[in-house]
Write a protein that binds this ligand. Structure first.
Ligand SMILES: CC(C)(COP(=O)(O)OP(=O)(O)OC[C@H]1O[C@@H](n2cnc3c(N)ncnc32)[C@H](O)[C@@H]1OP(=O)(O)O)[C@@H](O)C(=O)NCCC(=O)NCCS
Length: 190
């Protein structure tokens, strides 16, 4: 596990630490990582097996934020070319992913897909979300990717993407029956 002190947010959050998850570290933080799923609408929560795979597979970048011994935030993704199962281009049920793969046909290896990020409600609006996405962009760029793509929820996530230079493309109303619209955001890594 690589850890470093990172200034995330302000005031009482200035002791927050960034943890870069390594393959074996999922089990160490498993309970807290799974508790973070409660941030999300029940229709889009991941089960442990799926999340563990997404956070620890080859090419994944997974970040946690710890404050006073507690995991308060996460951000993770992986190369678009490694998305598996129902998210693959050959499954047209998931139009959003079919569209994404179609957009980058033959070039999906250049794209890092930010699968998810979230902050416990008490710690939102301290700048952590934006810093986590910036950290993902920095790391994806260092790995040689040309773009970071994600499906951002309307509201805070979409605003963060726009602040970070995302092109906002297709909108998907009622994303996984959540009643919310998610937008395909592509951030070029200049
Ligand atoms: C999206 C999320 C991660 C943002 O994290 P955060 O740490 O609260 O966001 P930040 O403090 O970095 O905010 C950055 C910008 O986003 C916007 N923003 C953040 N929260 C917002 C809110 N509740 N309403 C409107 N805009 C908001 C603001 O423009 C803010 O910029 P400002 O500080 O100049 O006002 C957080 O709200 C969250 O965990 N939400 C639930 C899970 C989720 O939606 N994840 C994204 C999946 S696509």
């Amino acid at each position: 596990m690589v850890e470093k002190n990172v200034k995330v947010g302000v005031g009482s959050l200035d002791k927050a630490r960034l943890i870069v998850l390594d393959h074996g570290d999922f089990s160490k933080h498993e309970d807290e990582i799974m508790r973070l799923e409660e941030i999300f609408h029940e229709n889009i929560r991941f089960d442990k097996e799926y999340k563990k795979n997404e956070m620890t597979k080859e090419g994944a970048i997974a970040l946690l934020v710890e404050l006073d011994g507690r995991i308060i935030a996460e951000a993770y993704g992986s190369p678009l070319s490694t998305l598996r199962g129902e998210l693959r281009e050959d499954n047209t049920e998931h139009v959003a992913f079919a569209d994404l793969f179609a957009r980058f046909r033959g070039k999906s290896k250049n794209v890092f897909y930010l699968m998810s990020y979230g902050i416990l409600p008490k710690f939102q609006r301290y700048g952590i979300g934006k810093e986590l996405v910036e950290e993902i962009l920095k790391r994806a760029k260092a790995e040689g990717f040309e773009f970071v793509a994600m499906h951002a929820r309307e509201g805070a996530s979409l605003q963060i993407n726009q602040k970070l230079g995302a092109q906002v493309l297709d909108g998907y109303p009622n994303w996984y029956d959540t009643g919310e619209t998610n937008y395909l955001c592509i951030i070029p890594l200049k």
